[in-house]
Every structure is written in C-alpha cells, then in structure tokens.
Design a protein around this ligand. Sequence first.
Ligand SMILES: Cc1cc2nc3c(=O)[nH]c(=O)nc-3n(C[C@H](O)[C@H](O)[C@H](O)COP(=O)(O)OP(=O)(O)OC[C@H]3O[C@@H](n4cnc5c(N)ncnc54)[C@H](O)[C@@H]3O)c2cc1C
Length: 324
Amino acid sequence: MKAFEYANPTSLKDALGLLGSSWSDANVLAGGTDQISLMKDGIHAPKRVVNIKNIKELGGIKKAGSNLRIGATVTLDELAGNAMVRGEFPSLVAAARGVGSPQIMNMGTVGGDLCQRPRCWYFRNGFGLLAMKDGKSLVENGQNEFHAIFGGGPAKFVSASSLGPAFIALGAKVEIAGASGKRSVDAASFFKSPASNDDREIDLKPNEIVTGVLVPMAKTNDATYEVRVKEGLDWPYATASVSLKMKGSTVESARVVLGHVGPTPVVAEQAGSMLAGKSIDESTAAQAGEAAASGAQPLSGNAYKVQLVKTAVKRALLEAAKRA
Ligand SMILES: Cc1cc2nc3c(=O)[nH]c(=O)nc-3n(C[C@H](O)[C@H](O)[C@H](O)COP(=O)(O)OP(=O)(O)OC[C@H]3O[C@@H](n4cnc5c(N)ncnc54)[C@H](O)[C@@H]3O)c2cc1C
C-alpha cells in the first residue's frame, strides 16, 4: 500500500475542506471494509484519506418530517437492529442482514454500502470499470458468470450495493454535501452506468460526501428477496426489492427493483405497472417475475441469472403481500 496522509475531522465542514478536486487527491474513509482493500490492491492510491466516522451529524437514525433520515455512518448492524427501520422497512433490514458477516455489518456503513466499488474481478485486477484489453471486452470474451444481464453496456459489472435497490423501491433520496452546498438526488439516479473508465458508477464528485438517506414513511408493504450461495459470505447473485401501495388487497402502485444484475440497480417498470389493480398471488407474482426478466440480455456464462430474477421478484412480492 502506498503511504498516505490520514485526516480525522470532527465536522462536515472540515471534512469537505480536506477533500480535493480529483479522486487521487483524497478519498473518504468510513468503515474501511472496501476502501482499505482497494488501497491494498493498488486500485486506489489517494494522497489523503479522510475518516468521517467521528462526524456526529453523519450518524443516527431519526424522523425528519415525513421521512426517516438514516445517517451515512450508521452501520449495517445499527440499521438492521433499529426499531423504526424494523417496523417500517423490512426490505432494508433484509438487505442489510444479507451482508451476513457480523464483522462487515459492524464496520460497514450505509454510505459506504452505496458508494462501494464494483466487485468485478477485471476491475479489481486493474483493467478499469469497462474491463477492456486491446479494444476487446474482457467480460464478454472471458469469465462473466457474475456479470450484468441488464444495462446494454459498455459497463458489464454489477452494482454491488444491496441497500441501493431497497432504497430505490422505497422512493428514498440520497443527501450529498459538497464545497458548494447541499443537494439531494433520487436514489434511482444516484447510480450511473459509466461510459468510460474515468467515469464513476455513482453521482458523486471527489469533493462531495454522502451525508445520509431520506426514506419516505409512506404506508407501503416492502420486502427484499436475495438469491445467494447458501450461507456464503459473498454478494448475492440477484435480488429483488419491492414496495407495494395497497388498497385493501389490491395493489394501487408497485415498485420492483432488481439488484446485482446490472451496472446500476434495475427498476423493472413493466413488472411494477402490470401489478396495478391486481391482488398479489402466486400467479400475478410469477407474471411480474416474467415481466421483470423480459429485457435481460445474458452473457455467455450467466443465463442462469434470468431465472433467479424471476424467482426473486416472485418471492419478494409474496413476502410483501403477507404484510398487507
Ligand atoms: C465478505 C463481504 C461480503 C459482502 N457482502 C455484501 C452484500 O451482500 N451486499 C452489499 O451490499 N455489500 C456487501 N459487502 C460490502 C459491504 O457492505 C461494504 O464493504 C460496506 O458497506 C462499505 O461500507 P464502509 O463504511 O466500510 O465503506 P468504506 O470501505 O469506508 O468505503 C467504501 C467506498 O465508499 C466511499 N464512501 C464511504 N462512505 C462515504 C460517504 N459517506 N460519502 C462518500 N463516499 C463514501 C469510500 O471513499 C470508498 O470509495 C460485502 C463485503 C464483504 C467484505
């Protein structure tokens, strides 16, 4: 690992002042469960690392008007154990618990989960986000069993965040602070599919910090279903997070969001709209699964993910409907 300067600010203002105009100037450090690996593996070599875990205003889970505000440095363990989150948003609890390892859940944070870099083995071995060599896609011509089946390219990695799809299904907003002030973006537009190796996969500049997430406390029924290898400490193959607005047993509106199958979480519009006016049963849930998978374009080694999407959507919907 290259030598770096370590900064330990206690205010957001000071932290922002310590960041730079390029990713090589400075990087934010939260729990470090991804950032430290990136530095050890030589994928990032920032001159300065800015620890944000001692900034009080970035922590805590509390009501803010009609939203629940979840601070960026809230750990996955705190999130999954919080009484309000457990009562209101089981889809977030399932996504956080899915991470599985007590060590990662104790150190990893909500902001870090959203900002973690892709796990694509070509990216992690220095071939860049688009994983090209001699003008050819290493993913398309190589080992692609864990890569994207949606998105169309050129990026073929999958977004690693399990919280992202759940936040999108819940209609959450990501709060961001920068030198020029604060802004917030819909969780759905926070994730980007990069067009070049120099782009980022999230809507964040090098001199910005995610400060929290605002989740509307609207009365919906939500659930996340993840398809994983048994109890393996690894990212899921495919997930579905759903949120249903119900009138009695009829769906008024539905959001269905897929995780780990595209360079960004995938909003399955067709699946959501076909559920409006219906009740959820085995048959409608299976039809929504089919609709969600209909635009998939699998690579040579990952056609199996198409079935996983259908199953994840169906089971997430049946789970959410139980809460109606
Ligand atoms: C074995 C294993 C299994 C895992 N399984 C899953 C899984 O199933 N699903 C899943 O979603 N994740 C999974 N993870 C990833 C884990 O959830 C993340 O590593 C963790 O949430 C990152 O949080 P952190 O606070 O440690 O971030 P850090 O490692 O500190 O930072 C990660 C990145 O985010 C940036 N960053 C962090 N916080 C902020 C902020 N507030 N503002 C701006 N930038 C910020 C950092 O600069 C860095 O680029 C797994 C990790 C491991 C090691």
